[in-house]
Design a binder for this molecule. Sequence first.
Ligand SMILES: Cc1cc2nc3c(=O)[nH]c(=O)nc-3n(C[C@H](O)[C@H](O)[C@H](O)COP(=O)(O)O)c2cc1C
Ligand SMILES: [Fe+2]
Ligand SMILES: [Fe+2]
Length: 398
Amino acid sequence: MQTNRKIADSIYYIGANDRRLALFENMFPIENGVSYNSYFIDDEKTAVLDTVDRFVSEPFFENVDKLLAGRRLDYLVVHHMEPDHAANIGRLMRMYPEMKVVCSAKAGQMIKQFFGTDLGERAVYVKEGDKLELGSHTLTFIAAPMVHWPEVMLSYEEKEGILFSADAFGSFGTLDGTIFNDEALIDEAWYAEAGRYYTNIVGKYGPQTQAVLKKAAGLDIKMIAPLHGYIWRSNIGDFIAKYDLWSRYRPEEKGVLIAYASMYGNTENAANALALALGERGVKNVRVKDVSVTDVSNLIYLAFRYSHIVIASCTYNLAIHPKMEHFLLDMKALNLQNRTVALIENGSWAPAVIKNATEIFSSMKDMRIMEEKVLIKSALQSGEQIEALADALAKDVK
Ligand SMILES: Cc1cc2nc3c(=O)[nH]c(=O)nc-3n(C[C@H](O)[C@H](O)[C@H](O)COP(=O)(O)O)c2cc1C
Ligand SMILES: [Fe+2]
Ligand SMILES: [Fe+2]
């Protein structure tokens, strides 16, 4: 039984869900699974836009076969070569020997690298502004290097106003029957998951994402069809506004993320004391997270979301607790910028948190470290330093 859905005149969704995969890219926990979106255009010419991950190949091939209904497949358009979308290119090429492959020259190179196949005669290389005429539908290509890989192209279908956006505007989570954003519950939790996807996967490439947003602003977009998650056809501006903030490294809101690393609870105690002191001062937007039990991808999203980040860590073998260090280095790797940071360090003989964390934050762009620091020798004996930090933070956040 085929599992496709018409999304516009002659255009079909032919993607598939993976609810078994525990870790996307063998890295990011996906409690609600993930969808690999693929599209089919049934015009004078037929085209498949991207394939799906190898774990969900079968429904994809069945959809292609059923929609073709005996016709020949003219084109495969490859927007992105990451194997979550490209895994089935080799098999599709073998199954449809007359099919041409439409992609950037870089993607062509990667097809050779992944599949050992020179596209040769089958290649239709496209670059920014090139068009693929399918009959009544035409795709115009838009270069989107580093959103998320260097070979990435988006395409815009003028008649229907659809932007095929590759990984941009993607999200974790399966499509459970509903495939459009206006059929789904798009709440704060949904945006947090979309934000976790963007910030961890594409977050490093803010300027490149900005460049794509600028190009998109010149198009009359009625629908955004990404490679993961819902197809957007209403309130598109809301999602674009989030992307604009994330890619400019601007916080979504004024608020404080308190991330702590603690083995025996003393640093945790200081983190809780600070949160309470902030509450007392009327700061309501506070999230306290234990870095040892919170996946770092969630911490990254919260760091992108809030204006202020408090790092509270015990010292471990003359360094920052490894779980905290991972979080700090991940923020740096993803180019997070423009945040106010406060430091709480704990150590029983040679505390090393402030020194090491200061080094990391100083090597990042526009990270302001607050003067008010909290130095704990084993356990907090008085509230003085916490009160001072809470005063300063409350003033800054408001
Ligand atoms: C394996 C291990 C290594 C540690 N390394 C250091 C260290 O290098 N320097 C230091 O000052 N304290 C070190 N400590 C001590 C803790 O940082 C200190 O006891 C701190 O108060 C623990 O805070 P917590 O209760 O939040 O876990 C170490 C503790 C452990 C268990
Ligand atoms: Fe990707
Ligand atoms: Fe992807």
